[in-house]
Ligand binder design. Structure first.
Ligand code: BES
Ligand code: ZN
Length: 614
């Protein structure tokens, strides 16, 4: 129903799903899942139909299951096909359901390889090279290609599942594992997620997986080849989780496990409940990239407990989470680290606004997404504009002493619910009206329409502490001055030895603002700091971007290497775009993509195709 959620075709105003049970068998030979989805539904109004979202599913049958377990076949219609939002599955009920009545529908179905939710990997694409692997990624609107559902975050469901996989593989889900048993050459894994979640948080992974315990409620999972490295890199996760609990409220999901995926995982991390998915590019060998973990942990509150009602309000998930992430970072590594992260966020926002254009509707904090593919609308805007607004409010209303009690009250008020920006804003007024009415005047003076609905940069700039980035900016300006006189001998590897990852990134992005740099300057920078082949992927990516912006083709092998060994969109898309716009890079970018197409996740491949105009 487009009024509640512009990106779903379900009749959200007439029915709500309460619980889903998935009973699925994994068939690697034909890259599909097959089985049954049982939906427990409630009528919200008198209705004679249930309309579910599907995309690239083969639906075999639908039946009504009575309280006694008897099944009655139902008529289905799949005539409504939307370009972006998939095929509506209309199930005709045998009579009229009265408001509030509950009923159960079983749908027999199969997935097809065309769906965007599942990536199947052949053994050669795994570290172990012996077993196939699959993982799902449902956010934002891909759950509909995993199972027929009301694929809208306005609907919250509990779920259970029974997943049959060939031995010796392991299945894990965004839920608590409740048991496993053998069935000939197969293992059957059972799961239960009792806390209600939106469809986009249903997740599954199947592969040859090993685990290492971090604490009583935390473990890491990966292929056996990397499990020791993962356990070392993420050994701080329990401490981070505790920090988040001290900052916000007690953790409510039981376990917090981490799954490190194969390199084609298209995101840095995905906050699947009980089991965060992360890219292996976080294995920096120095625990320096764990802010992604802080981010995914924070989603256990913002996003997973308090959920945006539809994708237009995505900033309520990501803006709040980015804000929390930086508060966690501040508690663990100091306020300087938070200030640096804010500065980087602001630079990213400026870049996004430039990329889309300052008048582009997609740069509004709350964009209109009717007729838009959420994959196309994805950018750092909801993250950094959202976090910018919350930081602004924190400072404006009296600092953390005032704002921290508010943010806890906000989570308590809305946990378990799906909300929109109006709900958020009106609670902000209600809360401060109660605790400190003088603040309401301050709130009234805010230019809300500009903050929430206008495109471009936010109406007010935040003041961040300039001090922690000063060393980076100073070093960058020394390089820029030296470039005039080719006076490079003054620079030594120790210049950046004491820098944090973020300070190194700021140094390089500052130089990139002055790109193109001359080849001899870039030669000298690389000679001094050995950036080509740098293990930390944030630093390596910043360096390669600077080099490509300067048309410095000496890095081409390193660029191709990064494009062939990981498929995280944050790096892969810009690297292709930059290579493609180098005078000598266009053909190479296209050839490389043609060769690596099958390695990337389908969403990543589709986005790169669009970026390159293929
Ligand atoms: N929930 C997002 C990932 C996502 C968003 C997947 C929209 C699909 C559609 C996740 O929490 C996230 O934001 N990941 C970031 C990392 C973060 C530190 C900014 C990423 O993947 O880069
Ligand atoms: Zn996020």
């Amino acid at each position: 129903m487009f009024e509640i959620d512009p990106n779903s075709q379900s009749n959200l105003n007439e029915v709500a799903t309460l619980h889903v049970h998935l009973d699925l068998a994994v068939e690697f030979a034909c890259s599909k899942l097959s089985g049954t989805a049982i939906l427990e539904l409630q009528a919200l109004a008198q209705t004679q139909q249930v309309v579910l979202d599907t995309a690239h599913l083969t639906i075999k049958s639908a039946s009504l299951i009575s309280a006694e377990g008897a099944s009655k076949a139902l008529k289905i219609d799949m005539g409504t096909v939307h370009d972006l939002y998939g095929t509506a599955l209309r199930i005709v009920l045998p009579g009229t359901m009265t408001k509030d009545s509950t009923f159960k529908i079983a749908i027999e179905y199969e997935t097809t390889p065309k769906g965007g939710a599942i990536q199947f990997l052949v053994p050669e694409q795994t570290l172990g090279k012996k077993h196939p692997y699959l993982f799902t990624q449902c956010e934002e609107i891909h759950a509909r290609s995993l199972f027929p559902c009301q694929d809208s975050p306005s609907v919250k469901i509990s779920y259970s599942a029974s997943i049959r996989v060939p031995k010796p593989l392991t299945a894990l889900m965004s839920a608590i594992a409740t048991g496993r048993h053998d069935d000939g050459g197969f293992s059957v894994f059972n799961f239960e997620q009792k806390t209600t979640i939106p469809s986009y948080l249903v997740a599954l992974v199947v592969g040859n997986l090993a685990t290492a315990k971090i604490s009583d409620r935390c473990a890491v999972w990966s292929e056996p080849e990397t499990i020791d490295a993962c356990a070392w890199e993420f050994s701080e996760m329990e401490r981070m989780l505790q920090t988040a609990e001290e900052l916000i409220t007690p953790y409510q999901w039981g376990r917090y496990d981490l799954l490190v995926l194969p390199p084609s995982f298209p995101f840095g991390g995905m906050e699947n409940p009980c089991l965060t998915f992360v890219t292996p590019t976080l294995l920096a060998g120095d625990r320096s990239l764990t802010d992604v973990i802080a981010h995914e942990i924070a989603h256990s509150w913002s996003g997973n407990l308090v959920t945006a009602k539809n994708w237009e309000h995505f900033w309520l998930n990501e803006g709040w989470t980015t804000y929390f992430e930086r508060k966690i970072v501040a508690r663990l590594s100091g306020e300087d680290a938070r200030q640096l992260s804010c500065v980087i966020g602001e630079a990213d926002l400026i870049e996004s606004v430039e990329f889309y254009g300052k008048d582009s509707p997609l740069t509004a904090l709350v964009p209109k997404l009717d007729g838009v593919d959420p994959d196309d609308a994805y950018s750092t805007v909801p993250y950094d504009k959202g976090a910018h607004l919350l930081y602004y409010l924190e400072q404006y209303l009296g600092g953390p002493v005032v704002f921290e009690p508010y943010m806890r009250a906000y989570i308590n008020e809305f946990q378990g619910k799906s909300i929109d920006t109006d709900d958020w804003k009106s609670y902000l007024f209600t809360y401060f009206g109660k605790v400190d009415p003088a603040k309401v005047e301050l709130l009234d003076a805010i230019e809300w329409d500009k903050w929430l609905y206008a495109p471009g940069m936010p109406p007010v700039k935040n003041k961040y502490d300039e001090h922690p980035q000063k060393v980076s900016l100073d070093l960058a300006s020394r390089w820029l001055k030296a470039a005039d006189k080719s006076d490079y001998v003054q620079f030594k590897p120790k210049d950046i030895e004491e820098f944090s990852t973020m300070q190194r990134v700021i140094f390089l992005s500052q130089l990139a603002e002055h790109a193109p740099l001359k080849a001899d300057t870039l030669d000298a920078i690389d000679d001094t700091y050995k950036l080509t082949g740098y293990q930390n992927c944030e630093v390596r990516f910043s360096w390669l971007s600077l080099a490509l912006k300067s048309n410095y083709m000496a890095v081409v092998d390193a660029v191709i290497d990064m494009l062939s060994t990981q498929g995280r969109m944050k790096y892969t898309r810009p690297l292709y775009r930059l290579l493609h716009s180098c005078p000598d890079g266009r053909e190479l970018a296209e050839k490389t993509f043609a060769r690596l197409h099958g390695f990337y996740h389908p969403i990543c491949a589709r986005m790169v195709e669009k970026d390159l105009g293929l």
